[in-house]
Design a binder for this molecule. Structure first.
Ligand code: ANZ
Ligand code: ZN
Length: 874
């Protein structure tokens, strides 16, 4: 079968890809009683031709899925397409093709790239979210949520992205800008659909503790996003009105120090309590605040602004009259939108009080010598009536009990998490299954009428965003009959945020063709939870939080036992390609850009020292007598620096690409795609190939291995084999692909050395066969090819090698250590220890260390397996 002695991926790879397809390798089967492994990579937008940056997590997932197959698990390794959403719409507008055509064209192209890389999925379970057979169940879940009071409609100030011409969820606004468009987000008052994710806040927070195989970083981000605060909500009467200002505070114990109050500019009481003299000033301030983003308003370094309403509140703790102000550092959407300001213990309030000359009273005694402003730490209460002397926690309890007794407030927990705004005024998404009737109000579409089909809009102009949903221009879509009164009614014309689609697709994979339900509980319970989820860190908050929410909801419906969707989560690092920054000149160790724009800037700063540039990963490359400055940058379409899968694989081969990706760096780190990396992968696979090809006749002629009688170098090879099996297995369990491959490379050296000295023997054959099995997750084509030299069936059908515990007991010998020829110590050391290791061990023997201290070592004589003599000068 190995026809030539030259490694030729182009002969090998298509053959085995076809073989795997035909054999249905990685066809997922529910086998009762068999252990299962659900390996999942985040499904992508169909973006057409793929580059190596796209393929890193798929390659990782593929290696893991193959490893689990070899270990004898029932494996589910599915793939699909997050096919609704703006990229398709934007492309449609740009190129004049329909979003559907663009999407399916891209899916086809991407599939080809995946196939070329030998990445195996169970394609019979492919999920494509823009198909009615999928989004019907989005609508079904929406209606179930509506039934349970988790869907509601609300008019409120929402984030409006002026470029996307659509609203955004709070989570989709980053530093005041749209997460995709980068445009400054505006506020608009609109009626929108919300999902009550806040009802799940506590469970979403607590259950993070049940996820030991998630990165701490991601859990911390989710905790911060949920933002639980424990405190109290209570009220202050407004002087001269029959009104109360309710506030939320995490420090109700500081109420005696509340010397003023602050309302958010949007607070409904602002208009009602503002005195005539203050009216103009307050109105102007409120109008200005509306223009600012939340992030801007909360920036700590911003100078505080505000206006006095002219009104006063009564502090219920001490009966003092305190002024009520309006200021934009208080947000309308958090707590009650109003605060009691306690400058003595709160830094923002202190700053505000200082600026506007308001009273400051400390009610917690700062430590002796305190010279700071607000004191936010613990200490005994002072100036605080019946709380005096109590420390913070005690004081909180007492004041809350007092508030409850007086009926003015109670303990309260608040979350930063907001309900999820899910309606979008765009075309390419799931129609919201609701009907508006003049008589009956909002009426859900009956289940039997699902799906509400998204109409095919032929004319691209029709999908151009105009501030309201494109579907609102299509009476043939929205005109309908009210399911309740049978009168004429109107469909909702908004579509769902596409994060809805990706919040449960992993459940659909478990039962993708079900026409009665989104999935059957039985199938879902066999596969769920996902054992290993692999994807980008950019999804740390949104997608993962929503997916956790949906899983809990579906659990509550009795659809799935798991309460958490992803048991293990891995966030892979980016793949970097190279970008030519521009032509440079190198003078006296400094780099000068030739390009005018850069030169004017850099010539003042006298260029960049070459060393500094190289530390940043840059390289100077010569081309036709000119020098260019190249540096690594994340592979992307826009930079045009992606190494494209098709051309690369056709030229070099899939296994080479896979080893290059997996070996370059720890998978959580960035990896830079380099020519050296590719060359290294090629050389390595070539050596593996030759080791088998050049010895194949002798290998086949070997008899059975008798482990008990192994000695000397044969035993050493056997031990090294089992050390390698242990290392590769453990590394694969933890997705440390790079160190697993490093161990295989090291073992290849041992195998070659052995072959040179001892020839082909039964233990050599054993080691080669196990080697091929261990190579299989990483370079599956080559492994399958070599395996078929010795076996009829697939390498993936053979059980993963297990370690022989006896082989892992390392042999040791007694090392004698002399100083100037006299015995000074002994130590037990491993047979295979290197001379460097031996020298280090010797120096750690206390007696030896004593004889060496303060002396100069002039020579060391090592007799392998016996003795180290250290010669010193006084
Ligand atoms: C009085 C007080 C005294 C406060 C003190 C803090 C320290 P977290 O932890 O973020 O929940 N606050 C309440 N609602 C607000 C709003 N809508 N906009 C801006 N700030 C608001 O913080 C809760 C604290 O933030 C509350 O407790 C309130 O100030 C403020 F020594 O009340 B505190
Ligand atoms: Zn009706």
């Amino acid at each position: 079968m190995v026809a030539t002695d030259k490694y030729n991926p182009h002969e090998i790879e298509p053959k085995w890809q076809k073989y795997w397809q035909e054999k249905g390798l990685l066809r997922a089967k529910e086998v009762e009683g068999k252990k299962k492994a659900y390996v999942l990579v985040m499904f992508p937008y169909p973006s057409g031709d793929l580059h190596m940056g796209h393929l890193k997590n798929y390659t990782m997932g593929d290696a893991l899925a193959r490893f689990r197959t070899q270990q004898g698990y029932s494996v589910l390794h599915p793939f699909g397409w997050d096919a609704f959403g703006l990229p398709a719409e934007n492309a449609a507008l740009k190129y004049g093709v329909s979003p559907a055509d663009w999407t399916f064209g891209n899916i086809q192209q991407s599939k080809e790239s995946l196939a070329l890389m030998g990445i195996q999925y169970d394609w019979s379970r492919e999920v494509t979210t823009c198909l009615p057979e999928y989004y019907k169940w989005n609508q079904w879940i929406f209606l179930k949520m509506y039934e349970r009071g988790l869907v509601y409609r609300k008019k409120s100030l929402v984030n409006w992205d002026p470029v996307e011409q659509s609203v955004l969820a709070n989570e989709q606004v980053i530093d005041g800008r749209g997460w995709r468009s980068g445009a400054l987000v505006e506020k608009r008052e609109l009626e929108q659909w919300y999902l009550k994710i806040t009802e799940y806040a506590e469970r979403l927070l607590n259950d993070l503790d049940k996820l030991p195989r998630w990165p701490e970083k991601v859990k911390a981000m989710q905790r911060a996003w949920i933002g639980k605060s424990v405190g109290a909500e209570f009220e202050f009467p407004v002087k001269g009105h029959d009104l109360k200002v309710r506030v939320f505070s995490t420090r109700p114990d500081t109420i005696f120090g509340a010397t003023f109050m602050v309302l958010a500019p949007e607070h409904e009481l602002v208009e009602r309590i503002t005195t005539p003299e203050q009216r103009a000033q307050v109105a102007a301030y409120v109008a200005a605040a509306r223009m600012k983003s939340e992030v801007e308003r909360q920036r700590e370094d911003r100078e505080k602004t505000g206006v006095f309403t002219g009104a006063y509140a009564i502090n219920p703790a001490n009966g003092k009259e305190i002024p009520i102000w309006v200021a934009d550092y208080v947000l309308a959407g958090y707590g009650t939108g109003a605060i009691m300001a306690v400058p003595g213990q709160d830094e923002r309030d202190w700053e505000f009080a200082e600026k506007f000359g308001l009273e400051i009273v400390r009610t917690v005694e700062p430590p002796p010598g305190w010279e700071g402003k607000a004191y936010t730490g613990d200490g005994p209460a002072i100036n605080a009536g019946f709380l005096n002397g109590l420390y913070v926690e005690e004081a909180k309890k007492k004041i809350i009990a007092w508030m409850e007794e007086k009926g003015i407030g109670q303990a309260k927990v608040n979350y930063r998490l907001r309900d999820w705004l899910i309606s979008r005024q765009r075309y390419w998404g799931t129609p919201i299954p609701m009907i508006h009737c003049d008589k009956c109000g909002v009426v859900p579409v009956p289940y039997e009428d699902l799906p509400v089909l998204l109409p095919t809009l032929k004319d691209v102009e029709e999908i151009r965003p105009k501030g309201k949903s494109p579907l609102a221009a299509h009476p043939e879509f929205y005109e309908c009959t009210c399911p309740q009164c049978k009168g004429p009614a109107r469909r909702d014309t908004d579509t769902m945020d596409t994060f809805f689609d990706s919040s449960w697709y992993f459940l659909r994979y478990t039962d993708p063709h079900n026409t009665e339900q989104p999935f059957s509980p039985e199938k879902a319970n066999f596969w769920m939870p996902v054992d290993q989820y692999i994807g980008g860190i950019e999804h740390a908050i949104l997608h993962l939080l929503y997916a956790r929410f949906f899983t809990k909801f579906l659990h509550d419906l009795g659809m799935v036992e798991a309460e958490e969707p992803f048991e293990g989560l891995f966030t892979q690092g980016m793949v970097m390609g190279w970008t030519n920054v521009g032509e440079v000149e190198l003078r006296e160790g400094r780099v000068y850009f030739k390009d005018d724009a850069r030169r004017s800037k850099l010539e003042d700063s006298q260029g960049i020292p070459l060393e500094e540039a190289q530390k940043g990963g840059a390289e100077l490359r010569q081309e036709e007598g000119k020098t260019y400055f190249w540096k690594p940058a994340v592979m992307s379409k826009s930079l045009g620096n992606g190494v494209m899968v098709g051309p690369f694989v056709r030229e070099q081969g899939a296994d080479i690409a896979r080893i290059t990706i997996l070996f370059a760096a720890p998978p959580e780190n960035e990896m830079v795609w380099t020519e050296e990396g590719v060359q290294g992968a090629w050389r390595y696979l070539n050596r593996v190939y030759r080791l088998v090809a050049e010895n194949r006749l002798e290998l086949k002629a070997q008899g059975a291995l008798k482990v008990a009688t192994l000695e000397g170098p044969h035993k050493a090879l056997y031990q090294k084999l089992h050390q390698t099996i242990r290392k590769v297995t453990e590394d694969l369990e933890d997705l440390r692909f790079n160190t697993a491959i490093a161990a295989l490379m090291e073992f290849l050296n041992a195998l070659s050395d052995y072959r040179r000295r001892e020839g082909v023997t039964p233990v050599f054959r054993e080691a080669v066969l196990r080697y091929i099995q261990m190579l299989a997750p990483f370079a599956p084509h080559l492994a399958e090819e070599l395996w078929h030299e010795f076996h009829e069936d697939s390498v993936f059908n053979h059980p993963w090698p297990v370690t022989d515990p006896d082989a892992l007991v390392a042999d040791t010998f007694e090392l004698v250590v002399q100083v100037n020829g006299r015995l000074r110590g002994r130590a037990q050391v491993a047979v295979g220890a290197s001379e460097e290791e031996i020298k280090a061990i010797a120096r750690q023997i206390p007696n030896v260390a004593q004889y060496l201290s303060g002396k100069e070592v002039v020579r060391e004589i090592y007799v392998p397996g016996k003795l180290l003599n250290i010669v010193v000068r006084d």
